[in-house]
Design a protein around this ligand. Sequence first.
Ligand code: ZN
Length: 392
Amino acid sequence: MNKKITVIILLDALRWDYFDRSKSIFTSNLKNKSTTAELVPTFGFEPDGAFLSGVYPEKSNGGMHYWYSPDTSVFKWTKKYSNLFKKFPTSSQKYIRFFIRLINFLKESEKGKKYFSFPSKIPFEYLELFDPVHDKLMFEKDLFDCPTIFDICRNKKINWDFIGYPTYRGTLDKGIYKIINSINKGNSFVFGFFGELDRIGHKFGPDSIEINNLISHIDNSIQILFNELEKKYDFDFILFGDHGMVQVNKELDIQSNLNKLICNPGKDYNYFLDSTFARFWFNNDDAKTEIYNLLESLDGGSIINQPIKDYYSINYPHNKFGDIIYWMNDGNIILPNFFQGSQSIEGMHGYPDNVRDNNSFFMHYNSVSKTKNTLGKTSMIDIFEIIKNTIN
Ligand SMILES: [Zn+2]
C-alpha cells in the first residue's frame, strides 16, 4: 500500500468558472473524477476563518485587513512624521511607504504584524489610527479561539508544511517543486498558497487574455504535480480559491463627497475607504447623521443594516470594523480608496453573495475513490470539514 498524503492548493482569486475555459484541459478532465463546488465566500475580504476553522467572520474577526485601533496601531510612530511625509512630492511617496513597511518589518516581533503592517495607500495623517487585524500567519498556533487545520495536524502529530504567501512569494509553477520536495521529505499534509491570479485579475480583469494564459499555465503546473504524486502516493488533492474576481464597471468618489460636508475627519469622525467598503467611526451624533444622509443619497452601494449583519454573521463584539459600513454593489468600486489610491483597476472582489463572479472554485480529488460529485453552490464554511476529513 502507498503512503497516504494530502495536498491542498489555495489560489488567491481562483474564480468558480476559470477552468471552464478551453485551455485548461487537464484540470477540466480531473473535475470528472472529483467532488466540485462553486464556493460562496464569507463576508468581505480574508475568509480564512471559514476554511481554516469553519467559523464565521464574527468569531474570527474576518472581513477586512485593517481595523480602527489607535491604542495598538503598528503605525503609531508615524504620527510625528506625518506632516513631513505629506510634503514629499507624490512621485516619491511610494518610497516613504516602502520605508514605513521596512521599519515595521524590523520592529515588530509577531509574524503577522511583521508581514501585514504595510501602509497601503492610507493617508499619512490617518495611519496612526489603524492596525492590521491579525498578528499571526495562517499556519501559526492559536490563530483563532478554535483550532485550525494546522492545529489539528499538530494535535494528531502529523508532519505538515505550509508553502506560500507571505513566507514564500514564488508562483505555483515553482511552488509545485517545493511541494513535491516537502512530501518526499516526509510531510504528509502540505498546504500551498499562491497569489498570482489575484494580482493579474486585479490588473487586467477576469476576462482578459492575461488571465486565460495564466489559467493554462496553472493547468500545466497541476498536471506536473499530479504526475509526481501518482508515482508514489495515495492522495487527497484539494484545489480551491478564497474568492472570485468581478469585472469593475463603475467608480464612486466618496472622498469628494466627504470633503463637502460640514463635519470634519479627525475631529467629528474617522473613516477608512476599502475598495468595496466605506467605514466610519463617530465622535458626535451630528457627524453620524450627516454621513448617514450622504451615504443614503449615493448610487453604487448600500449601508449594512441589522438583517445583513445577521445574514453574513458579522455581529462583531466591538466596533473596530466601523460604526457604519457602506458596501458597494456588483462591479462598483470606491475610488480613490486606501488600497489603490487613485489608480483605476479592472478586477475586484469583496461583493455581496448575489454577485456570482465573486464566488470561487473548489475541487477535491481522491486518488483511490475517484468519485465524481457535484455540490453546486456551497458555503466556504463547509470546506473546513472536507479538509479536516482528509487529515488522518
Ligand atoms: Zn485581491
